[in-house]
Design a protein around this ligand. Structure first.
Ligand code: V4E
Length: 199
């Protein structure tokens, strides 16, 4: 599955409009640890390797030509076996030790409290992210699609839905970009220079 999503900074009023009549799917909490090399080998290529509460996941960009940067599209690879295949990392010890051997190390840890809603075909996530010494609130509107041919159309549907709810489509810093912006300016700047982050 491919996730097509758009992020928003939401006021209380926006949240009320977005969730009015929506089905509340539940609340969960998870801790993410993101990994990269000192040279930012992954994130400079917009690839995001994380351990989410014990599960290894990799997000790979699948942005479509013609979509603005406010709409982000990533394929999610789940499980260490598939990630080992992609990076050709043979099993020697556990996954963390094996990737550490290739120069990977954690660069961001954060805990998210997520409220999830279903509004028609759309999934709405309202996240509150705790980085230890500061917090960030961010919302996402998402659609999951089977193939890349469906992505542009899904992106348009999200954009129309957001407009109906009075939301502006603009570039919003995702939770990890927000962390780098505040805490790791060198890493943040490297991503701006690589064109991964648009200011
Ligand atoms: C894709 C990405 C990053 C990885 C984290 O993705 P995100 O969707 O923010 O996290 P989350 O927890 O909502 O994942 P889910 O639970 O939906 O799988 S970190 C940065 N990016 C891309 C990115 C970018 N290139 N530019 C800007 C301004 N923000 C984010």
């Amino acid at each position: 599955m491919i996730e097509v999503e758009q992020k928003f900074i939401l006021s209380e009023y926006d949240i009320a409009r977005l969730t009015e009549g929506a089905e509340f799917l539940g609340e969960k909490e998870f801790t993410d640890v993101y990994w990269d090399t000192d040279e930012y080998a992954l994130t400079k290529n917009d690839m995001w390797l994380r351990n989410r509460s014990g599960q290894w996941e990799l997000k790979i960009p699948r942005h479509q030509f013609g979509q603005g940067m406010s709409m982000q599209q990533y394929e999610e690879i789940e499980g260490e076996e598939k990630i080992r295949e992609i990076f050709a990392i043979a099993r020697q010890k556990d996954f963390a030790s094996d990737i550490a051997g290739f120069g990977y190390a954690p660069f961001c840890e954060c805990t998210t409290k997520r409220k999830k809603y279903k509004q028609g075909e759309f999934i709405i996530d309202l996240d509150n992210v705790d980085y230890g010494d500061f917090n960030y609130a961010i919302g996402e509107i998402e659609l999951m699609v089977d193939g890349k041919e469906e992505m542009n159309e899904a992106a348009d549907r999200i954009r129309r839905f957001a407009e109906e709810k009075g939301l502006k489509s603009e570039i919003v810093r995702g939770k990890i970009i927000e962390y780098l912006f505040n805490k790791k300016p060198e890493h943040y700047q490297a991503l701006v220079e690589a064109g991964v982050v648009k200011e």
